[in-house]
Every structure is written in C-alpha cells, then in structure tokens.
Design a protein around this ligand. Structure first.
Ligand SMILES: *[C@@H]1O[C@H](CO)[C@@H](O)[C@H](O)[C@H]1NC(C)=O
Ligand SMILES: *[C@@H]1O[C@H](CO)[C@@H](O)[C@H](O)[C@H]1NC(C)=O
Ligand SMILES: *[C@@H]1O[C@H](CO)[C@@H](O)[C@H](O)[C@H]1NC(C)=O
Ligand SMILES: *[C@@H]1O[C@H](CO)[C@@H](O)[C@H](O)[C@H]1NC(C)=O
Ligand SMILES: *[C@@H]1O[C@H](CO)[C@@H](O)[C@H](O)[C@H]1NC(C)=O
Length: 559
C-alpha cells in the first residue's frame, strides 16, 4: 500500500486531516485546518521538556512558530508573521494551522527536547484543492457538418494541483486527431491564491448523425472527478438538393393562382431563394412566388435557385389549360316564326374539348333551323369541357309571330244563365284580347306561345261576337254567333219560364181570339135570325177548326 493510497483512505475516514504515516509528508485541504503530526503522533518521551514547532522560510532560514513547555498548559506562540494568529498545538503535540493555503506548502519541523535527547521530525505539508466548479462556457449554438466547429470551452476553476480535462462524446473519450477533433488546453494560475484554472476548448467536425450526440467534459483531480454535459447540438449543413413545388389544383387552368414553393434540404433550411420565370429573375416572398390569375402566355419553365448559390436549382414546367368559347349570335335573338336560325360556335382550347348543347336541361343538337316554330324558342346552352375546365355560353332564342286565332268556342255550363266563350290564339309576344261584347269573369293563360282567353256573357238577344287578338306584330279576329240565352231557355224548358214579352204576346193572342169569337157570335146570331126569317142562306161548312169552335163556345159567355 503506497502512501497516496493511505492518504486518500484517511481523507475519507478522518475528513479534514490527512496523515502521512511513518513518513514526513502531510496533505491538507485548502481552506481547512492543517494538522501536522509530531513524530507521526508517537507518544512524547517521559522526560519531555518542551516541544517546539518551526518551519523553513522561503529563503531557507528557520522561522519559529510556537513552544509547548512540558508542564504548561498553554503554548507560547513565537511567530510574529502571518502564522501568529493561525497556529496552535493539540494534546498530541500536532501543529494545527488554520486556513490552509498554498503558501503553507512548506516543511514544518517538530523539535522534541527531552532530558535525554533532542529530536527533530520534519514534515512536508502539501495543500490541495478540488476545482470549485467545472462548467462548459462559450457553448456553440450549432455544429457544422464536416467542419471543425468550436463546441465549447470546459473550465475547471481554482484547483490545486491543476485538474486535467478530457472531452467525451456519448460517454466515450475524444482523442484529438487534428482533423475531426481539435482540443486546445490552457491553464491560468491565480497569482494571489496560486490556484490553477484549467480550460480546454473542443472543436469538432460533426456529421448529420451527431444531432443526437451528447458532448461532455470531465475534470480529473486527485480529490474528485467532475463532469459537465451539453445538450445535443443542431447540425448545420449546406443544401444538397433544391426542390420546386407547384401549389395549385391540377390541371393548372387559366385564371388560377399558382404558387411556387422552393425547398432546399440544408439545415437550417434556406429561407431566401431566387425565382426564375421563363428565364427572368423575379423577386418572391421568402420561399414562395405566386402567379396571380395565370394566363396561357405564362406557360413555361419555372426555376428556383438558392439565393447564395445559383448553381443549386430546381425547375418545373407549368402547363396552363385554357378554353375559349364564343357563340355567334349570342345574347337574346328575336326571330319571326318561319325564319331560319343557326348558331356558329368558335372555340379554342389547349386540348381536346367536348361540346354539349342543352336547352332547358335537355340535351339537344346544335341549333340549326330552317323553319322556326314557337317550340324552338328557349335558352340554348353550349358547354365546352376539358378535364378540370368548363365553359358555358348561351343564346336565348325568341320566336315571334303575329296572333293567329286557332279556336273560338262557346258553351253553356249546366244550369247557368250565361255563356262561356273561349278564344285561343298563338302569337309571340303574348297577344292581348279584345271582345266585341261586354263580359265578366275574364280569364287568360299563356303557355309556350299559346294564349287562351275566356269570358262569360249573358246574351239578351242573338249576338255575333268577335274575338280579336293582337300584339305589336299584328292581329287576328274571328266571330261566333251566340244565341240569346232566353230563347234557348224557352226551347229547352217550355212555357214554365216564359219571358214577359212572350206572356204579353200570348195575352194579345187570347184577346184577338175573343174579338174573333165575338164577331163569329154576332154572325151566328144574324144567321140564326135569318134562317128563322129565311133571308140568310149558306152552303159552306162551319168557319174555323173544331178547336176554334170549341174555343168560341168556351169564350162565348165572356163576350
Ligand atoms: C437527427 O437526424 C436524423 C437524420 O440524420 C433525423 O432522422 C432525426 O430526426 C434527427 N433527430 C433530431 C432529434 O433532430
Ligand atoms: C387569386 O388571388 C387574388 C389576390 O391574391 C384573389 O383576389 C383571388 O380571389 C384569387 N383567386 C382564386 C381563384 O383563388
Ligand atoms: C258595354 O257597357 C257599357 C256600359 O257599361 C255601354 O256603354 C256599352 O255600350 C256596352 N257595350 C256593348 C258592346 O254592349
Ligand atoms: C236566334 O237564333 C236562332 C237559331 O240559333 C233562331 O232560331 C231564332 O229565330 C233567332 N232569333 C232571332 C230573334 O233572330
Ligand atoms: C251568323 O249569323 C249570320 C246572320 O245573322 C249569318 O249570316 C252567318 O253566316 C252566321 N255565322 C255563322 C258562323 O254561323
């Protein structure tokens, strides 16, 4: 077992005091009390007279410290220098010096004077101190790939003897190789305390995988080993590949907003790029460049390069789909019935486009008419489509014509005392109707160029009613004979509901008959008188019918 090992063992067990058993050296801790044993702590001789401690000054001359008389309880301090307040002696005659400093590293001698002998026991004192701190300063923010970059500086401060520093990566010691690992040590001695501050700067050429590496530094000292650790560093490296992304729906259609987004794989990712639009440099916004409402002329090759390295580039060819469609004529077209009509389609597109014609949601052929009818009127929509792109154009066809009355009818609803007249006419624009009679309950409808107009009339006599339909293109008229409702009532329902006039007529008839009967009665009376007298003779039959005779007989009394 060598002395150092024993010393360390005692450090652990005895705390602040380190003995050098059987030798002439003692190691003390900086700042603590130094205990220098006399004669290795052996008991003093029986005939001890006194013990004196002295030390060797830097110039080699002896310096007195204190004297302990054998029969005195108090020691006499002889020192007059800085040791005066710091020295004392214990019961084992060991010298105690408080506040150990490096200046106390000297040889202290215990002089034992007895009646029979004078012995000197020199002891060499050394003072040691562990680093007050071990830390890494000037820590780098990031490491460069493949380029030796300062990782940081490890500082073990105020130690004695000087601590040694070693660097580790992921727990394994780093050995300076002048290329990947560069270690620059330095040491500083504090002139006042004599303590050493050891520093070591590590430079390291990282790889991408070092983004997870943990660098640490280890301070090795006889008293203690300390370690300081660093969080993993981001690894910076230049871009090796640039890519250009086109942010848009596909296909790119004329009018779309297209955003070019440039990306490079370096770390940190480059934020500044130069965009080249068909050979011209343009200024984008950081990593994007936006083409607002792209036109077909903007089709072509787009590039982006790194702002600081134009050789790093990416390119993308943008194809712009477009579709043009126009109809001739377009808008609203007015045509007369019987006219011809056709539509010319002009189209241009970046690819194969499909044409579809519809009218009122129904698929139809492209409008082409040699003789227009009202039914041909409507909105014709032409749809031109390509993948991702559709165009619509429409033409509204109006077929116009002057009114033509197609029907004029009458009917009498069951039990009604009026007649309903219906006049039907074709014509565009919508015809307006005019009747030659006053009417009520006018109703009209107009669908697909066909107008129907109905009225109710109460004809008091036989009427010839005219219906005329007109629009700005012309008019048409048709008449119908309508018999009096009163006449029809008599025919249909007999004398029950005879009109006043007819009653008068009948009354007049009866009066006539009565007069006739009176005349006949007078003649008959004259005849009878004559036949009695024989002066009036006739061979004819009786006048009138048997019915008339009956009537005469019936009426005779009233005369
Ligand atoms: C470290 O880099 C690797 C690629 O080299 C990557 O996959 C991983 O996510 C990175 N880890 C961290 C913590 O950045
Ligand atoms: C395109 O961008 C402009 C302005 O940035 C915006 O007004 C317009 O609505 C965008 N168009 C489309 C189709 O997103
Ligand atoms: C319709 O009635 C008005 C009075 O209401 C009258 O003046 C006009 O003559 C009548 N017309 C016909 C055709 O009966
Ligand atoms: C009215 O017309 C009917 C036939 O519809 C005819 O029998 C009648 O004599 C006409 N009356 C008059 C007053 O003209
Ligand atoms: C309507 O009556 C007139 C005579 O009042 C006659 O001349 C004409 O032919 C009749 N018209 C129709 C359609 O019956």
């Amino acid at each position: 077992m060598d002395s150092t090992a024993v010393l360390l063992l005692l450090t652990v067990t005895a705390g602040t005091l380190l003995h050098a058993l059987g030798t002439e050296s003692v190691t003390a801790l900086y700042g603590e009390t130094i205990v220098v044993p006399c004669n290795d702590g052996a008991p003093a001789p029986e005939d001890l007279m006194f013990v004196k401690w002295k030390y060797e000054k830097d110039d080699g001359t002896p310096g007195d410290l204190l004297i302990q008389q054998a029969r005195s309880s108090e020691a006499t301090v002889q020192a007059t220098d800085q040791y005066a307040p710091r020295v004392s002696i214990d019961q084992k005659l060991s010298l105690r010096i408080t506040q150990a400093s490096l200046r106390d590293q000297k040889t202290f001698t215990c002089m034992v004077v007895s009646g029979s002998n004078l012995m000197e026991y020199p002891v060499t004192v050394s003072v040691c101190k562990e680093p007050s701190s071990v830390q890494i300063v000037d820590r780098s923010a990031a490491l460069q790939k493949d380029r030796a970059t300062a990782v940081g500086t490890c500082v073990a401060a105020d130690a004695h003897p000087a601590a040694t520093i070693t660097w580790k990566k992921n727990g394994k010691p780093l050995v300076a190789d002048g290329k990947t690992v560069l270690i620059t040590p330095s040491m500083k001695l504090d002139p006042a305390s004599g303590l050493s501050t050891t520093s070591s700067t590590l430079q390291y050429a990282a790889s991408k995988e070092d983004n997870v590496s943990v660098f640490s530094c280890m301070s090795t000292h006889q008293l203690t080993n300390q370690e300081a650790e660093l969080e993993p560093f981001p690894i910076h490296y230049p871009s090796e590949k640039v890519s250009l992304q086109v942010v848009s729906k596909t296909p790119v259609v004329e009018g779309d907003n297209v955003t070019l987004k440039c990306h490079a794989d370096g770390n940190p990712p480059p934020s500044s790029f130069v965009f080249h639009v068909k050979g011209h440099k343009v200024v984008g916004e950081a990593d994007t460049y936006t083409l607002t409402s792209i036109s077909r002329e903007a089709e072509g090759e787009y590039k982006c390069t790194l702002a600081d390295d134009e050789n790093m580039e990416a390119s993308h060819t943008i194809v712009v789909s477009y579709l043009d469609l126009s109809l001739t004529p377009s808008g609203t077209v007015r045509k007369a019935i019987g006219d011809s009509f056709s539509v010319k389609v002009e189209q241009s597109s970046s690819g194969v486009a499909h044409v579809l014609w519809t009218k009122d949601g129904q698929e139809v052929r492209q409008p082409e008419f040699s003789w227009l009818t009202y039914a041909d009127a409507g909105v014709y929509v032409c749809e031109l489509s390509m993948p991702g792109l559709t165009r619509h154009r429409s033409v509204e066809l109006m077929v116009e014509g002057k009114p033509e009355i197609t029907g004029l009818n009458k009917h009498r609803p069951v039990g009604a005392s009026y007649k309903v007249l219906t006049c039907e006419a074709t014509g565009v624009p919508e015809p307006s109707f005019h009747w030659s009679v006053n009417s009520t309950n006018e109703e009209s409808s107009y669908i697909n160029g066909k107008a129907t107009h109905t009225i109710s009339v109460i004809p008091r006599q036989n009427l010839t009613v005219a219906c005329s339909a007109s629009n700005r293109l012309g008019d048409d008229t048709l008449t119908i004979n309508v018999s009096s409702v009163f006449k029809e009532e008599k025919e249909e329902k007999g004398s029950k509901e005879e009109s006043e006039d007819q009653s008068k007529l009948i009354v007049g008839g009866v009066a006539g008959l009565l007069i006739a009967a009176a005349v006949v009665g007078l003649v008959y009376w004259l005849y009878m008188k004559n036949s009695r007298q024989g002066s009036w003779k006739t061979g004819e039959k009786e006048v009138g019918t048997s019915e008339e005779s009956k009537k005469l007989e019936e009426n005779q009394p009233t005369v």
